[in-house]
Design a protein around this ligand. Sequence first.
Ligand SMILES: [Zn+2]
Length: 436
Amino acid sequence: MNKRLKFREMMTMVEGVLADIPEHRKGQNRKYEIKDAGLGAFSVFYLQAPSFLSWQQDMERKRGKNNARNLFGIRRIPSDEQIKNLLDPVAEERIGKVIWQIYHALEERGQLDAYEGVAGARSISLDGTQHHSSQKVHCEQCRVTIRNEKAYYEHQVLMAVLSAPGQNHVVCLEPEFITPQDGHDKQDCEQAAIKRWVQGHAGEFAPWSVTILTDDLHCHQPACALFEKHQMHFILTCKEDSHTTLYEELALLAHVEGAIGAKTVSKWNGRHREQWVYRWAESLPLRRGKDAMLVNWCELTITNEDTGERMYANAWATKHEVNEHTVMAITAQGRSRWKVENEGINVLKNHGYNFKHNYGHGKQHLANVLLTLLLLAFLFHTVLQLGCEMYQAVRRELGARRNFFNDLRALTRYILFDSWLQLLTYMFQGLDLSPG
Ligand SMILES: [Zn+2]
C-alpha cells in the first residue's frame, strides 16, 4: 500500500505556498513575515482555538519555546492585528493552490479510490453559500443587497466538495468566490462562479474523471454544455416545475410500452420496510427548441411500506448511461450532494469551524483569505481522518468534535510538544488506545 499523506508533509506544502507570496510592504518594519501571518491564522483554525497565538507568546516568554513554532513552523508569532494587516492584500488564489497540491497527493497515493462512482468518476458538488452578512462591516469585495429597505453587506462563495455515497468525510477543494460583478440574483451569481471554477480548474482533473453535482437551479443547457466542453460528467437535480419540456416528453413516453424503465427494491431500514422505486428514461430534451441538449433522466421515490408515507423523492438529469444496472449508483451519487450540504457546509458553518474569527473583515481580500485558510484546516482534518489510524482512534474515542478540540486547546496551552505527531501520540497513549 502507498504511504498515506501525513500532517508534516501537508505543512511543508503550506509553508512553500505561503513563502511564495510576494512582499507587498514598502520599506516599513518587516519584523513579521507574511508566511508567519498565514501560518498563524491557519493554526487558530486548525486547533479551533482563538487564543492559541497569545498563549504561545506567553509560553515563549516563560520558557523560550512554544507550540506555534514546534507544531506549525511559525518563526515569530504575529498579533491578530498584524495578521489582519499582512493578509488583507494577499490574493486568496495564492493560498488556494495548496488545496490542489494536497488533492493530487491524495490521488497519487490512492487515498481517493473509495470516492470513485459511476464510470469511475468522482463526484464534486458545487454549492453556493454565504460566509459574511452585516449591516455595518464591509470591504471592497462585499456585495450589497437590500432587504426590507436595509442594506446588507455580504460575501458569498461557491463551495466545491468531493463526496461519495457511503463515505463519511467530504474533501474540500478550492472554492470560487462570488464577486459583486457576478449578477443580481442567486442564479446569475452562482452561474458566473461555476463557469470560473470549471474554466479555472478543469485542468486539475483527467478527462471524464469527475461528475459534477449541483441543485436544480443549475440544471440547464448552458451549465451542462460547459461541463461537457471541459470533459466532465454531471448528475444534476432536475425538478418537474423547472423542466416542463423534459417532463412533457416523459409524460408522452409513459404511453409507449418499455420507454420508461422501472425497478422496485424493498429495504428494511431497522424500523420498518421501505419501498425504493426507481424510474428512468433516455434522450429527453433539456429545453424547448431544435438545439436542445438531450439528457438521460432518473428518479428515486422512497415510501414507507406500512403507512404509504412518502419519505423521499428526487430526480436527476445526466449524460451517464441510465439502465437497470446503473440507476441505483447514479441516484446514490446524486443523493450524496444532499449529504454534502448537511455535513460539509453545515459542519463548516455551525459545528466548530465557525466562519467567524478574531481578525475582523479587512478592506481588500482578508475575508476570502481567511475562509480559504479555514477550508484548508478542515481539509487537513479530513486527510487525517482518511489516512491516520492514530487520529481516527482518538476521534472515535472522544466522540463529539467539541471534546477533541477542547482537549487540543487545553493541551497546547499547558504542555510544550515537539511536533503534531508527539501531541497526537500523547492523546492516543493517554486514552489507552490501540489502532484499528
Ligand atoms: Zn466584505
